[in-house]
Design a protein around this ligand. Sequence first.
Ligand SMILES: N[C@@H](CCC[C@H](N)C(=O)O)C(=O)O
Length: 285
Amino acid sequence: MEIPFTKMHGLGNNYIYIDLFKFDIAEEHLTDLAQGVSDIYTGIGSDGMILIQPSDAADVGMRIFNKDGSEGQSCGNGLRCVAKYAYENGIIQREKFQIETRANIVEAEVSVKADLVQEVTINMGEPILRRQAIPMVGEDTPQVVAEPFTVGDETLDITAVSMGNPHAVFFVDSIDTAPLYELGPIIEKDQRFPGGVNVEFIEVISSRELNFQVWERGSGVTQACGTGACSSVVAAILNGSVQRNEDIIVHLAGGDLVIKWDDNGSVWMTGGADVIASGTYIFNR
Ligand SMILES: N[C@@H](CCC[C@H](N)C(=O)O)C(=O)O
């Protein structure tokens, strides 16, 4: 099967995008296809695959598959790229529109120059903080903030947040010595997170800026994670390190995002989205 694709990235978090407005793929092939396109040796090479598709509930829909073929509920960097693709390819003709994910419907606004999208702002909706809704096991509590969390012989303080997908946020003194490769893969599959979890290590560098590293569920270390940046700002606010209703700059390996958790409860994300390549993938089922 010959499948048309576009490869895009948001701050280096790169996915193979398939436009289901133009092309259909049977559900049974999606896991294999995501693994296939993501492989750097035998595929195109990516952090995963994103489907851009018609939606009954919003202007456009998206589904995100990680590198290992598992399906996530949302993807912040993917949402900005879907917004850019939808606008530049005439799926949507307005600068403000809605995108449906498995988690929720978000509001996107594109800023356009010479018909090209320069930057995208997404209202990602409200964070989910209740323990069992994240989901995290244990007696239900309204929030999981700075709780001791033992992994092997280390005990760290965890703040858990869901932006539709689950995130375990750990504050460290320096991002350079964060145990990303050592603890990321272990915490990702820790039984206290029945659906697995994305793992972030955060250094607070001022009341307006955070340094960020991520181990993503299903994909490992990536250059950036939009839902992770949102979760980290929410976690930093819950821990009293930064303020609500202010623009916080998150420095990720692939560049910066501006995140705000406003007084009405919504988390806003602003950043770039870029096209890398387009072509045809030969899918051997
Ligand atoms: N990179 C994404 C998140 C992708 C999904 C995640 N790995 C999960 O399984 O929840 C982002 O930019 O948010």
